[in-house]
Design a binder for this molecule. Sequence first.
Ligand SMILES: C[S@@+](CC[C@H](N)C(=O)[O-])C[C@H]1O[C@@H](n2cnc3c(N)ncnc32)[C@H](O)[C@@H]1O
Ligand code: SF4
Ligand code: SF4
Length: 322
Amino acid sequence: MEIMGRGFKQIMHESPMYFHMGLKYAGYKLFNKKSPFFGSADIINVCNLHCKHCYWWLNRKENEDLTVEQWKKVIDEKFKKQHVFIVFLVGGEPMMRPEVVELFVNEFPKRVCVVTNGTYPLPKFKNLYFYWVSIDGTQKIHDDIRGKGTWEQIRKNVINYVETNGKKASKDIWISMTINSLNYKTVKDVMEEWRDYTHKFGIQFHTPFMKGDPLWLPFGKERNRLVDELIEMRQNGYKDYLSNPQNQLELMKGGWGGKGTTPIDCPTWAIVSVDHMGREKMPCCIGSADKDSMKPRCGECGLGCYSFLMSYGIKGSGMISN
Ligand SMILES: C[S@@+](CC[C@H](N)C(=O)[O-])C[C@H]1O[C@@H](n2cnc3c(N)ncnc32)[C@H](O)[C@@H]1O
Ligand code: SF4
Ligand code: SF4
């Protein structure tokens, strides 16, 4: 038995945690009590790449970062107090701060996912849940979006990880693809190229910060066709590899989160997200702690983590349409 990469033994071991999760879910369903299930932390405000589609560069300002000791405080105050189950480490590039990754992994064994551009060597952390490695196309298209030579470097790091860490090491590597107007025709090829070395493959869609963003894949025929193909693949041998449930894929055909830059149905409360200084970001993990920053467009949002929760009936930002 395996659920989202977690085996039977692990599930048994974590049963107290599921109790908390169950209480949260029941509290939400019965009393509309909103307590976060997940956490996300930008553990660094630096990145070695400058990808064409990246939201993080849009609002990046100061050069400061927190020390390991300061992150420990944020962990206690923001994540442990609220009993979050899984924490996603983001940035910038989180693998530029392996000492902070190590702290999180020790604090949340088997409950930390590191979202990485994969260009740094991937160390084996005994208690990591998994690496979400971002791949944005077949080699040429990925390099066009993320920088020349990056695909080759990631390929080397992933294969090296799998070959040096034993038979089950590929379980630690999941691929995350952010689909946009440049790469949407390569999704099936990307899945084929990485399947032998990785455990799961998840997609999300590019979320724009401005109207008319040419990277956004418009709602309509081509987007629907791609989603339908993915659903068909799930039904024909890819169910264990493609991590997005069918309901979520259906949701991502159109607008599901909100209107303009206002979240409406999006369950913003379900993920507590902090920036590189440990400040809470609004309205969501791609937002900012600074209220004057550029805002993501909820009406055209394609983010995976929030639409995933919504596909399980968890929704409602608490804000109303303006
Ligand atoms: C900001 S990056 C940080 C982690 C790491 N540097 C990486 O690239 O994986 C986190 C994820 O957000 C995705 N992303 C960046 N800009 C996006 C956007 N505008 N809409 C949706 N996803 C985006 C990236 O492709 C990546 O998978
Ligand atoms: S590697 Fe990640 S954080 Fe860096 S620019 Fe690309 S998407 Fe953004
Ligand atoms: S995740 Fe939610 S709050 Fe963030 S841009 Fe998407 S719809 Fe808006």
